[in-house]
Design a protein around this ligand. Sequence first.
Ligand code: GLC
Length: 688
Amino acid sequence: MIFRYRYGTPFPTEAVVLEVPLETGNPPGFQVQRTAEGGLSLSARLHAGEVLCGLGENVRGINRRGWIFENNPMLGNAHAESRPSRFTVQNALIAVGKNCYGFFVDAPAGITFDLGCTDPEVMCICSEDGNLDFYLFTGDTPVEVVRELRRLIGRSYVPPKWAFGYGQNRWRYHSAEDVRTVADRMKEAGIPLDAIYLDIDYMKDYQDFTVDEDRFPDMPAFAKEMRERGIHLVAIVDSGMIIKEDDPVCREGIEKGYFCKDETGKEFIGAAWTGNVYLPDMLNPEARNWFGRQYQKLMDQGIDGFWNDTNDLSLFYSPEQRKKIMTVFGSPTLSMQLDGDDYFHLLDLCRKMQSADRLYKDIYHNVNGKKVSHRLGHNLYGLHMMRGVARAMQELVPERRVMQLAKISYYGTHRYGGTWTGDNSSWWSHLLLNIHQMVSLNVAGSLYSGGNIGGFNENCTHDLLQRWLEFGVFMPLMRNHSTKTSRRQEPYEFRHSALYARTIALRYSLIPYIYSEFMKAVLEDGMYFRPLVFDYPEDEKAAETEDQLMVGSSIMIAPVYQPNTNSRNVYLPEPMKLLRLRAFDDYDMEDLPQGDRRISCALGEILVFLKQNCLLPMCPPAANIASLDERHLKVFANLRRGEGAEYCLYQDDGETKELNRPEHFHRLYCDAYGWLSADTEELTLEKA
Ligand code: GLC
């Protein structure tokens, strides 16, 4: 059930798609108070053992208890444990414990979630703006509660099927030749590949919707060549548009009033790292649809997908701030020795230059003719950017799914595209963080998501990349990405590339399962990744287990996320069959009872635990998704004595949008004696 409580006159965020009648009074169990500054606080008791999951891709574990979180995405927001907020703004939590419930605070303003940090037994949600909708969800199980939340915010985005293949990325594939070399070396190393991502280097002077013709002399021909090799090009688009007076897109944006304004009504000029930019006003429907229509220029060049960046604006400073600091730097006293005061004054000025949130009050949106401060619009910017792009795609290619990613998002963005979790580092702790982030993104319906495999900043090592790939095999978005200054991180750059090749090939072998489970999660408003506590809410140990995940209906995974180890502890909440996978035709199996185990797992092995009375279909690997033969399946089964099992397989053309057609669903059966059959003659099944 969904209940809605309204306070004041909330700003229409357009995060929800369902009209829910208003309740009177306050949500049961919550105390509501107005704050002196015009905000609102809602507090509730936290019970012993209660687990709180959600709040997007934040740091500090799956269970959010014991910390204060905020919802303020901005540049430089490293994935550090001390940071209160990350890129996604997903103001919802699911509580699992004595009661099972969830809530979503629909308000674009700044909110702090004190989840038992100040007082371990109290949760306090404090919104700086007193105008908000508070939705409460109930259900018999945690997944039922999530289903209610998703009924409210709408069905998740589905990318084309090729986007489930392996993607290679690095900031600084500088030319067509660079990209071709990546494709060649991946092939030489026998590594399957479906996509190469183009970072800002493909653009002419970082100008959106342009291609540098010196470095990519004939992009349409190059994109065609890549597509013929089974590789799709996915291009980055930044929200800020470099200011160039002779650029027709900029000129049109100014003429039509499509950019954000300053206090005086002039175009706001922001300093992004690519240069001075105008900011398309994504909160204005006309402006965002205009921005979205510009993508046609890149599609005409043969680009097949987009990763939409800087949805937090990513501003460094305003021209005024810069002037102030340059005056100080230019002062003659600076050339002499600095005394303590000067030193700290300078440091402070530089530090303030970094806090882009100080600029938000100087930026204005046009929402239905009304001037709205970016202080309110900040958290919604990414959502509306993705809306504009999705709508344009619907007009440009109505019959086809288009690959879309965003980094910053408010609730609702999951309807328009997937999410990558931004600039992580090549740290073992960030591999574990990636595992945690997948849960909260799934709560929010961001099912097509993934972190930068191998880590973006810093230098990756061969074993970290291998272990990250072993987890990445299960992430719907499987993309290796690194920054331009780090050690090269393409799998062929390391000595044992055959190991990576086998692991990535396993991803392709698992596609019948991964794609089926993903599609069923979308169509049933369910979750592809779940924490153990969602499936075993009564089990205290499951509630404490944060380094294993349930993936789809049949399996649990336990990735290795520490260096120099060939084993790990695993908790089995029920008896399961362990599949230790090295390759499609190289694995061992073992039946394990419920309980704790130390399980060996050498580099290159993936631990998959098959639940009782469940099936896992796999197919032979291939060079890319389009070449997979998914008609001949090998099926792993874990049967209780005397019982059979059934599996619902989903297969479609991977491109078109009619997802729910009955012919996409097939039943696989395994009887108590292990005999396999399917409800269609098109499938042949072999027992593993
Ligand atoms: C941002 C993105 C990163 C990209 C870089 C350059 O840091 O998060 O993925 O490589 O910008 O465009």
